[in-house]
Design a protein around this ligand. Sequence first.
Ligand code: SF4
Length: 274
Amino acid sequence: MRTKPALIFVAALCAVTFAVAPAAPAGKQDGPHVASYWEKFKDTVIQCKLCPRKCVIRDGARGFCTARENRGGTLYALGYGKPVALHIDPIEKKPFFHVAPGEKAFSIAAAGCNMRCLFCQNWQISQAKPDEVKSRFTPPEEIVEAAVKNDCKYIAYTYTEPTVFYEYMLDIAKLARQKGIKNTMHSCGYINEAPLKELLKYMDAVNIDLKGFNEAFYRKMGAFAELQPVLDTIKTVKKRRRLARDNELSHPRAERQPRRDTENVRMDKGKCRR
Ligand code: SF4
């Protein structure tokens, strides 16, 4: 059961949402949005191909992230158009220290995550289902419009895991590009190569949280996640020259490894080295 402080926190986020986003124009409709990167597994059973979990989802069920649902043999992205946090942050808070010092980043999140880190700072929204957190339908056009009105030259996909609101992020990013606004993403890096490559066409800077540096740690802290796909993501981002900044958002005592394991990760010619 959700605790009272969590409810207050979520309510505060919603208040921010309405403070910066204009009202939805007439004609824009909330509704189920068909997801990308999935295929039929058997009959009405689906396999999602967005992230390395590759969830096999029966009719009426959701994937591990709870943000993608099988309805009658079609996969829907439940977080599309449903921001649960909108806020204007200094870009250094994303954290991108050397991308555009002093600039503002219009930050956005929808509910859900494909990991279950025990030390998550935003668990109230990252571990919630999209229908558990209050939100108002806000199409991509409105997000970009709000960024322009608030003089933000950057949009940041952040707070929760942007991968699980992939389609929404991609549509916003495409529109933002047309308006001369740059896109940044702060992610756990748990995404498959094909959707990542498509996304990187529109991303200007990417920050990947490397939460630890061994498989056992990822299995334990990320609910049976794997380290290798995260390293693969970092390599792909680096190859595409999208400023792969490895952010150490791990819990130093949880890993029970010398801190140098994470501190000494370097990108060298597209390879992760220690
Ligand atoms: S994005 Fe969600 S539904 Fe798709 S494979 Fe990952 S956890 Fe499963």
